[in-house]
Design a protein around this ligand. Structure first.
Ligand code: FAD
Length: 351
């Protein structure tokens, strides 16, 4: 498999940050990837996996081997009268996969429409949107050990899924490269409409559009209206996770801020809307130099510099700007925001 030396990643991250991979490999089959991982010539080098770069802050050049799986393929593994078990390669584009499953008449992924990125990255942070998470439909993940190429299949329960989290992102970070995943989809639609006003907006559609396809179109339209397109305004989606606080902390905050946007969780804790906190701290639509928080969605950090053709903004500047936002939310609400996008190369304290 050909490897590229000193390869620019500027076009491979949606924040448009400049960085290089010392070596970039884009294997399109499992055997080639496994051979690379087992090749003694590369054994001493650190290994990093990337997908389409839509959830990354590239804080500098990445040393060693950067692996960007390019495995393609969609296949039905098994089916019965109710369900279809579908497998997809890590290098497939997520939203194309979602569109394809719906075109086959299989329902279950429509709420996850238009999320950028590759299929292999989806389990990494258990992508979620509009009341559905990948873990709701995921059956299993195939992966190779980055250390020695050993193949392993993880069942859904073994993936350690949580809100924007998994064993691949947390407990065993940097240990696995995901090669394939399998999702279980419905033949008879069971639409998930519990998120915010989604049910009302769906009910407003003409009867003929009240279908899984219609829901996909609705969600795509909502997303396009409020999220900046990374092609025209580089960004990495939500820059912070929604923080969770205890019921007592929530009660105290609500007394001080009666408009606080909050979602009670099954375990008694309360999830706060990070976008609301950031907006209240004065960051919505605010720009400092080449960076800012988006005017329609305060949770999204945007790189105006890259949008205006200046490739000068660095990952370090992004992290310093994000720290300002985090600090002001902390000062006003006493709530600590956790960053969602992954920093590469991994800071040493990250492990
Ligand atoms: C405009 C916009 C909107 C977004 N909306 C959402 C949303 O609604 N919900 C949501 O959950 N996310 C959202 N995101 C974030 C992002 O799209 C997802 O996290 C996506 O899954 C990242 O895919 P990627 O291929 O770009 O991964 P990358 O950004 O390249 O990588 C992200 C992480 O995954 C790891 N990784 C990637 N591929 C593999 C693999 N094959 N094996 C092991 N590890 C791997 C990388 O090491 C890295 O740590 C949004 C991003 C943008 C820019």
């Amino acid at each position: 498999m050909p490897l590229q030396a000193d390869c620019s990643l500027a076009q491979m991250n949606t924040l448009g940050l400049p960085a290089q991979a010392q070596w970039l490999a884009q294997p399109d089959n499992e055997a080639a990837l496994q051979a690379l991982l087992r090749d003694p010539a590369w054994a001493a080098l650190p290994r990093t996996v990337i997908g389409d770069g839509s959830n990354l802050v590239l804080a500098g050049d990445i040393p060693g081997l950067v692996i960007r799986p390019a495995l393609q393929g969609r296949a039905v593994v098994s089916e019965d009268s109710e369900h279809v078990l579908v497998e997809v390669g890590a290098g497939e584009h997520w939203d194309s996969f979602v569109a394809w499953t719906l075109a086959q008449g299989w329902q279950g992924l429509e709420n996850l429409s238009l999320i950028p990125g590759a299929c292999g990255a989806a389990p990494f942070q258990n992508i979620g949107a509009y009341g559905v998470e990948l873990s709701d439909v995921l059956d299993a993940v195939d992966a190779l050990s980055l250390r020695d190429g050993t193949a392993r299949t993880f069942t859904r329960d073994e993936c350690g899924f949580a809100y924007r989290d998994s064993r691949f992102k947390s407990a065993e970070r940097g240990q696995w490269v995901i090669t394939r995943l399998r999702v279980r989809l419905n033949r008879t639609p069971r639409l998930q409409l519990t998120y915010a006003d989604l049910a009302a907006r769906f009910a407003d559609l003409p009867q003929a559009q009240q279908t899984p396809d219609g829901l996909r179109t609705l969600i795509c339209n909502i997303r396009r209206a409020k999220l900046p397109d990374p092609v025209t305004l580089p960004n990495a989606g939500s820059f912070f996770k929604n923080p969770t606080v205890s019921a007592d902390e929530h009660a105290a905050l609500q007394q001080r801020f009666p408009d606080l946007v909050a979602f009670p969780q099954a375990d008694g804790r309360v999830k706060l809307a990070a976008g609301w906190l950031i907006e209240q701290a004065g960051w919505k639509g605010r720009r400092v130099g080449d960076l800012g928080m988006h005017a329609q969605q305060a949770l999204v950090l945007v790189n105006h510099g890259a949008a205006e053709g200046r490739a000068t903004v660095t990952g370090a500047q992004v992290l310093a700007f994000a720290a300002q936002v985090r600090d002001s939310v902390q000062a006003r609400f006493g709530v600590t925001l956790e960053q969602e996008p992954v920093i590469l190369p991994a800071p040493t304290s990250d492990h």
